[in-house]
Ligand binder design. Structure first.
Ligand code: 0X9
Ligand code: CA
Ligand code: ZN
Length: 324
């Protein structure tokens, strides 16, 4: 496999320009907002996509987060694909139309823009994972944002306490600037005591997996995660994997993680929260840097999975044949 060049992927500025273009072209469907700043001061942006987008209607909300890990550039392309597909197919494709008429979608195209810019814009890829926040008392830079969420943070050997590690969990839960901004955004979707977001995918690369909580334990159930919850996670995760050919499993079947976004989103916010590990299946396909020629295919590959998540967002338990 020929390696990608940095120019094969959109830069963060280019991604934001495409968001602005979509908003200008579809003002009835797309509305973006700055939800905070990264450590280095870049805007963190959430894009809402829904019919009658200006109104906060009482519709199930769905969140897609991308690029917690800097070098996973294909995930930003996934956000741009979803934005383009949903907006261009509204009013044409009946399934997309019905979903935008009945759901409110939030896309965060990059949770870690500082890391993305650092990894992509020096002239060659740097294999960078973490954010770009300095660590007190260490010359090592960066927190692994996906070990920095506030549920069982650092509990179980699924992260590192060493700033030099690629899985450094940070000095405290939500010590990562970007973790705190996104967590505050999610908490801000609690209205009248009810979290509006019911379902979520956090996009990563690579390995072609659909993963669900908990990551901190091998047990299929746990505090706040009942047998019915586990059945719903497995049913919807498997249904999505049936559409894209990924492997569906509990995230700890891959390896133990603590402080991941999925564990926090479920345990703290009650959101059915999945991780997708996109293309390639292994290092042989280009690892974190597959060639730009695969972007269209590997983003469109997740079209049905995204629509499946949206379709069950009114009641995820329905995926398992359960009434809740
Ligand atoms: O280790 C990670 O954060 C993810 N893999 S990656 O290669 N993209 O770094 C997997 C996270 C899955 N674990 C949970 N969702 N708990
Ligand atoms: Ca709406
Ligand atoms: Zn990742």
């Amino acid at each position: 496999v020929s390696a990608a060049a940095p120019a094969d992927y959109h830069t963060y500025d280019e991604a934001l320009a495409l968001v602005a273009e979509a908003e200008a072209a579809h003002p009835d469907l797309v509305s973006s907002q700055v939800i905070g700043q990264s450590h280095e001061g870049r805007d963190l942006v959430a894009v809402k996509i829904s019919a009658n987008v200006a109104a906060d209607e009482d519709e199930p909300e769905v969140l897609f987060t991308h690029n917690q890990h800097a070098r996973e550039h294909l995930t930003v392309e996934m956000a741009l694909y979803t934005l383009d597909e949903l907006t261009s197919q509204y009013g044409t494709d009946p399934e997309v139309t019905a979903l935008l008429d009945s759901r409110e979608i939030w896309l965060i195209p990059s949770v870690n823009p500082d890391g993305k810019v650092y990894d992509q814009e020096s002239g060659s890829f740097l294999n960078w994972r973490k954010n770009r926040q300095p660590n007190a008392g260490s010359s090592a830079v960066g927190t692994d944002l996906n070990r920095n969420w506030d549920h069982e943070w650092g509990c179980c050997g699924g992260s590192s306490g060493s700033p030099g590690s690629d899985t450094y969990r940070g000095s405290a839960p939500e010590s990562g600037t970007e973790t705190a901004v996104v967590a505050d955004f999610v908490r801000g979707r609690v209205i009248g005591g009810e979290q509006q977001i019911t379902a979520h995918i956090d996009f990563h690369t690579y390995a072609e997996l659909v993963l669900w909580p908990y990551g901190y334990t091998y047990d299929a159930t746990g505090p706040g995660l009942t047998e019915d919850d586990a059945a719903a996670f497995e049913a919807l995760g498997t249904a999505m994997a049936d559409t894209n050919g990924y492997t569906a499993q509990q995230s700890s079947d891959l390896y133990i993680t603590d402080g991941s976004i999925n564990d926090w989103a479920w345990a703290d916010q009650g959101i059915f929260s999945f991780t997708f590990e996109m293309y390639p299946p292994s290092q042989a396909g280009g690892g974190f840097y597959p060639p730009g020629s695969v972007i269209d295919r590997e983003t469109a590959r997740n079209r049905e999975a995204v629509l499946t998540l949206l379709s069950y967002a009114d009641c995820v338990y329905r995926a398992a044949g359960l009434e809740n």
